[in-house]
Ligand binder design. Structure first.
Ligand code: RP5
Length: 158
């Protein structure tokens, strides 16, 4: 995809099905993104290099999704000042509660904006990323307002 503005990184290919919910949002909003499988513990060097070069490559937000002891988002946050949005994946026997705590409980100083567990979190991560980009992009502001209006009409009209 040309000039991606948002990166989705995920700890395993097995996270792909959940993260499709984020991809669908970014596609609907017409925001170019790139998706990579990168792991904090299986490919630490590659992950570090990818995150450290993200800003100079024009990326503005990184969505980081992982399951089990999910340190991917925190690891990414340690290597960039780009906003990191964490998505805890419900891939473990603890159904993502472990990933939620691992992702959300960052000590003070290096923040990760953590979404809810699983598909809803993936969807919200993409919407939150679009909201960040929209501060410099009036077209995205209009699209976000239309999206809220559509949700409202959907509820009211059944
Ligand atoms: C995490 O371990 C990944 O993010 C994934 O959610 C989980 C399981 O990975 P696989 O063993 O399926 O590759 O690192």
């Amino acid at each position: 995809m040309d000039d991606p503005r948002i990166a989705i990184i995920m700890g395993s290919r097995s996270d792909g099905q959940v993260m499709q919910a984020a991809e669908q949002v970014l596609q609907a909003f017409g925001v170019p993104y790139e998706l990579k499988v990168l792991s904090a513990h299986r490919t630490p060097e590659e992950t570090r290099r990818y995150v450290q070069t993200a800003e100079e490559r024009g990326l503005q937000v990184i969505i980081a999704a992982a399951g089990f002891a999910a340190h991917l988002a925190g690891f990414a946050a340690a290597h960039t000042i780009l906003p990191i949005i964490g998505v805890p994946i419900d891939s473990s026997p603890l159904q993502g509660v472990d990933s939620l705590y691992s992702t959300v409980q960052m000590p003070g100083g290096v923040p990760v904006a953590t979404m809810s567990i699983g598909k809803a979190g993936a969807k919200n991560a993409a919407l939150f990323a679009v909201q960040i980009l929209s501060r410099q992009d009036p077209e995205l502001v209009s699209k976000l307002k239309r999206h809220r209006e559509e949700m409202r009409a959907d509820v009211l009209n059944g």
